[in-house]
Design a protein around this ligand. Sequence first.
Ligand SMILES: [Fe+2]
Length: 261
Amino acid sequence: MNGTLAEQWERFRAYVASFADGSGLHPMQQLKLGHTARVAANCRTIATGEGWDEPLADLAECAGLWHDVARFEQYKRFQTFADPRSFDHGDRGAELLAEHRFLDGMPDDLASCIRTAVRFHNRLSLPPDLPERERAVLQVLRDADKLDILEVFVETFRTRSYEQFPEILLHVDPDGPLSAPVVAAVAAGQTPAYQHIRSLLDMRLLSVGWLYDINCAPTFALMRERNLFRGIRQELPDQPEVRAALDRTEARFDIDFSPIG
Ligand SMILES: [Fe+2]
């Protein structure tokens, strides 16, 4: 799919450019453009780590490049990235692929992998009964997406950039407490549902809960390598239930939650 992958990037960039005005893209759309490039690269790295051959790694990268295509329209129309306030950006992304015929020229079975990955990348869990390759591409994409969101989280917490752009954190309360259902889910070894996320602390603990929804071994290796959970213990309240949830997760995944150094 090599020539086609370059073509796919061209189509994507041309589409995104259509949202720019005299001064370029809005910073929030620029953020999504950067996210897209990093997720596409993460997809390739994870796929390669899984031992996929070159054409399949191209396919994974292609899923990454299209996965958030609906974010640009979403921000333009609704000035938010919160799906409940606008539209489901996975479903809308799959619609856009068809509306703009972005995947034209790609073999049907490969195009179908991309459509499935885009549509389901943001669901709480994987839909059952997907054909094997569609499922595999979706799993790589979901991991790649979480990896980058985690990196953005780490950066956002460090710089407190959410104060300027609350959209980044989906309008949650920056100073609110941890919500009990979020703690309970992680303590039970589950990924918390988005409906329970109310505060910045909930989002931080949600990212710990994501570990229970990671599909590929190379993703864990990248999380360790990039220190994505280092120091998280100190960012969360020192309460027995929270400690128990963190202890359990840290041991299960062999990921270090303590600060560096
Ligand atoms: Fe997304």
